[in-house]
Design a protein around this ligand. Sequence first.
Ligand code: SF4
Ligand code: SF4
Length: 364
Amino acid sequence: MPPLSIMIKPASSLCNMRCKYCFYHDVTDYRDIKSFGFMSNDTARNIIKKALAFANGESISFAFQGGEPTLCGVDFFKTFCATVKELNHKNSTIYYGLQTNGTLIDNEWARFFKANNFLIGLSLDGDFNNNSFRIDEKGNNSYYKITKAAETLAKNNVDFNILTVLTGKCADNIDEILAFFKKKGFKYLQFIPCLRPFGDNSESELYMTPEQYTNFLIHGFNFYVKEYVRDNYTSIRYFDNLVHLYLGNPTEQCGMCGHCMHQFVAEGNGNIYPCDFYCTDEWLLGNINEDNENFDTLAHCDKAIEFLRESLKIDEKCKKCRLYPLCRGGGCKRSREDRDYCESYKAFFKACLPLFRVFINEKK
Ligand code: SF4
Ligand code: SF4
């Protein structure tokens, strides 16, 4: 991860889709103001100016998310990139990323992404049947728009990952979904466990039971290992990071080191929060448009420190567990708050730990 990583929500929580599991829809219920609207060029300029000053020549990652960031229009992003070029006097290396539902992607967007070396995260839960939770305002499955976006990105040589929300249904159908992605030639995959709203303990086909999560872990890892030994490596981010840990290397995924990492999430009005899952009034660190705020003051304010400190607590059962070096107590704090999947991790490692040996040659 670059020394400074900033997630930017240029369209705040605004979105043209109504996915049934949208966590940001829930997060923003914990704010007096649900949507801060579109980001102005002035706010974007302040973020860029202060980010470059903080990085002081080191690299920066700007990752755009939403809501749906493409609702801002391509001109917002063109101005953003031009401003970075104008102000980057110390030649920081800049990494751009953007996570999208894909519905607005056309050749103009794809050409822009290619020209500016964006890495795109495209949300797709599998084939038409498995994509059934990603619906628009009228309840229509967005599958055809997303696969068309994937074709447009591929045609324009834009690098992209597939982001899949790991629901109970997805975990049940993981073999079918992985076979579908393989057939499509998608080789960079990320599965994101579906979270219940804060404080909600309800059960539904959206939220995985421990058995369903075990099924995903065992079947998913077996696929991952098989493709690797067949010389057809397919990246699955969680397993990539587990392999890094197994080989004694650092992980890049937040939470997999067992605690939260310093993050900055910039909302449409310049508000800064410590994590995408906690863009709530309770965890507001400050606003980047204030003269006395910069990324140094925001990183060291009491709330930012409290946020990191809270995540350092290790569960008593994990302190004594021999799997802790890999499992890290179940990873991300927000996921742990949602549900305890300890039994899934134990079952997974019991079944799959020997398979990790195939990666040992990687170290040489
Ligand atoms: S809650 Fe999860 S994603 Fe957020 S900072 Fe903590 S570990 Fe990272
Ligand atoms: S397997 Fe369970 S006890 Fe062990 S580290 Fe993971 S969550 Fe903790």
